[in-house]
Design a protein around this ligand. Structure first.
Ligand SMILES: Nc1nc2c(ncn2[C@@H]2O[C@H](COP(=O)(O)OP(=O)(O)OP(=O)(O)O)[C@@H](O)[C@H]2O)c(=O)[nH]1
Ligand SMILES: [Mg+2]
Length: 357
């Protein structure tokens, strides 16, 4: 499962976002540093296609794709020197797949903290860069010594040395302009700013109409990163409601529903994730794969036996299958393609694997 780590100042709404995503009730409080140990939550990736296929098949179970989120303590300026809670808790997110900045825009006189998202971003980037510098410099020290006797380590050492140079200027690695090879080559060092980033701008209820204006400067600052404005508090409250009541409440509040869904979609997109589906009477299910993955690899997501014994994948786009009304009808109408191992699965493909073990 893909994992995201939340990074933000105290009171920016990280735990509230965690609750909104997981329907959980971790303690979100009006005082700084209310989160002391990490909260890990799982969010279902909403998928209308899946629901419609499940209905078509009369499935007894419906399984969404899911992603994992880790909510940690708040960072402050100087965390690297031990201010606030220090920064050791960043260890909880070193091995995640991407970072989510939670930037506060909502104003609340009773809650301490900065409500300028760009200010917050600057503090967070500096703190992450310094945490990475510390880790990178220590790893470089060891690696440089080992590389003297082992030429195979020199590529890694040189990449790490370049990373240290960038971090010394307080610049996060995602801003360094490194090409993909360098970013990939740095992955084994678990540097936080080498990961892809996205940002949630946490807006107040009264800022909903201005959501885009508040997100735009952050988007401009982060370049290509995904930036979504969300009213985290309302989303967290809505998450406590029954799934059927939720859209109504969000619509009544003028959120139009779907902001949280947009965030999940952005997160998914950022990591190049795609979904294929399986559907039948027993179960309909959404599965996650990486864009460009061949059918045989997707088979492995379902079961390693299916990957090993892969013969063909019966394939149809989800809309076509819905139009036909059932697998049997789709087969009768000649709409189902039989694809081989190397077929590059498309987002929204419905698959039935033929295998032999
Ligand atoms: N008014 C308002 N309050 C919010 C909003 N989002 C979060 N809050 C409140 O802000 C406070 C802090 O939220 P948390 O989710 O605990 O923040 P956090 O980032 O986890 O904070 P730490 O764990 O201390 O780092 C809570 O009282 C929330 O209810 C919002 O959109 N509007
Ligand atoms: Mg918290």
């Amino acid at each position: 499962m893909e994992r995201f780590g939340f990074v933000g100042l105290p009171n920016s709404g990280k735990t509230s976002l965690h609750n909104a995503l997981s329907g959980g009730e971790a303690v979100a409080a009006r005082h700084a540093f209310s989160t002391k140990s990490a909260n890990v939550g799982v969010a279902r990736v909403p998928d209308e296609r899946l629901l419609r296929l499940a209905e078509m098949s009369g499935s007894r179970r419906t399984e969404h794709a899911s992603v994992q989120f880790t909510d940690i303590g708040g960072l402050v300026s100087g965390s690297n020197r031990g201010e606030g809670l220090g920064n050791a808790f960043l260890g909880h997110i070193r091995d995640t797949d991407a970072i989510v900045y939670v930037l506060r825009a909502f104003a609340d006189a009773d809650i301490a903290g900065d409500d300028d998202p760009l200010n917050s971003l600057r503090v967070l980037e500096t703190e992450l860069a310094l945490a990475d510098l510390d880790s990178a410099a220590r790893q470089l020290d060891k690696l440089a010594r080992a590389a003297k006797g082992d030429p195979s380590l020199r590529g890694g050492r040189d990449r790490l040395a370049r990373a240290v140079e960038v971090l010394e200027d307080g610049v996060p690695l995602y801003r360094a302009g490194f090409d993909d090879d360098v970013r990939q080559g740095l992955r084994p060092f678990f540097l936080i700013t080498n990961k892809p980033v996205l940002a949630v701008v946490n807006i107040g209820e009264e800022q909903i109409a201005a959501a885009e204006d508040l997100a735009e400067p952050v988007r401009a600052e982060l370049g290509a990163a995904e930036v979504v404005a969300l009213c985290v508090q309302l989303e967290a409250e809505a998450a406590q409601l029954d799934e059927r009541e939720r859209p109504e409440m969000l619509a009544a509040l003028g959120l139009g529903g779907g902001a949280l869904d947009r965030f999940l979609a952005a997160a998914y997109h950022l990591l190049g994730l795609r979904t294929f589906l399986t559907t039948g009477e027993k179960e309909s299910r959404a599965w996650t794969f990486r864009a460009g993955a061949p059918a045989v690899e997707c088979a492995g997501a379902v079961h390693s036996d299916i990957q090993r014994g892969f013969i063909r994948a019966d394939t149809i786009a989800w809309e076509r299958l819905l139009e036909a009304g059932s697998w049997a009808a789709a087969r009768d109408q000649g709409l189902v393609r039989s694809e081989g191992k190397d077929y590059r699965v498309a987002d929204g493909d419905v698959l039935e694997f033929r295998f032999n073990v």
